[in-house]
Design a protein. Structure first.
Length: 261
């Protein structure tokens, strides 16, 4: 991880426009605020383009998508592309139903994402690879490296596949992240919030691979830090401590050992 990316993102206080999963809006907003970004949630099609034009990055998350919302996502995405700001697409549960896959394909026909982020089942679905999924979760295994590369080539974008070991395909190389904690999988929206943190880091002046690697590493370290606290006994006590940890510096999360980054 590059601590300068985290600091630069915070110095920018980036305004991140979300058209996202309504289940996680509050968690996303609070987590991004703790990190140092500024969230806005605007899903109405009549203002989607205008909001994107005044934002620093855009997050499109299909977690609770309605068909009408896809048009708002496309409108915002086109405006973001025209402005040249980062676009993070999170195809939540795309492998679960044909409707979700249709909506993602519709968005991708019109919008150029900077990164597509999902679990192995979701990204595999985008390239018609076979990894078993259940609902919005990935439960099967496969050649994740190959899937990341295939998806990156197909959509000409960076790919993030989250899991026990996260895989990033960006700048024509594979990068791995092993920070994190199992408690993240027990709180709703942890993957969605990761998209917001990644979007904030994408507003910095570094390469996409460095930005994504730093975002994932920092996010995982925050989870590890929160999980180790003596008062944390499960998901309920973990969640507020995790939000606190997102406000820390990389040095604080690593016990003061700056040289490890």
């Amino acid at each position: 991880m590059n601590p300068d990316i985290i600091q630069q993102a915070r110095n920018n206080t980036p305004l991140i426009h979300h058209l996202t999963n309504q289940v996680v809006m509050n968690f996303n907003a609070n987590g991004l605020l703790a990190f140092g970004g500024s969230p806005v949630m605007a899903k109405e099609i009549r203002e989607a383009a205008d909001m994107a034009k005044v934002s620093d990055a855009l997050v499109l998350n299909i977690g609770t998508i309605l068909e009408s919302e896809a048009d708002a996502m496309i409108t915002a995405g086109k405006a973001a592309n025209e402005k040249g700001i980062p676009v993070v697409l999170d195809p939540v549960g795309v492998a679960a139903t044909s409707f979700r896959k249709d909506m993602v394909e519709k968005i991708l026909q019109e919008v150029r994402p900077t990164v597509i982020k999902g679990n192995a089942g979701e990204i595999a679905s985008l390239v018609d690879a076979n990894i078993q999924s259940r609902g919005v979760d990935s439960v099967g295994e496969g050649n994740v490296d190959e899937i990341a590369e295939q998806a990156g080539r197909k959509y000409d974008t960076a790919i993030v596949i989250t899991g026990k070991t996260d895989v990033i395909h960006a700048d024509q190389k594979l990068i791995y992240n092993q920070t994190g904690h199992p408690l993240l999988s027990n709180i709703t929206g942890s993957g969605c919030l990761l998209g917001s943190i990644a979007a904030a880091c994408l507003t910095t002046s570094y390469t996409v691979s460095e930005q994504l690697s730093s975002a994932l590493s920092f996010y995982g370290l925050a989870a590890e830090h929160a999980a180790k606290l003596p008062h944390v006994h499960g998901p309920g006590t973990f969640l507020p401590s995790f939000i606190d940890a997102l406000s820390f510096t990389p040095k604080q999360l690593n016990g003061g050992l700056e040289d490890d980054f």
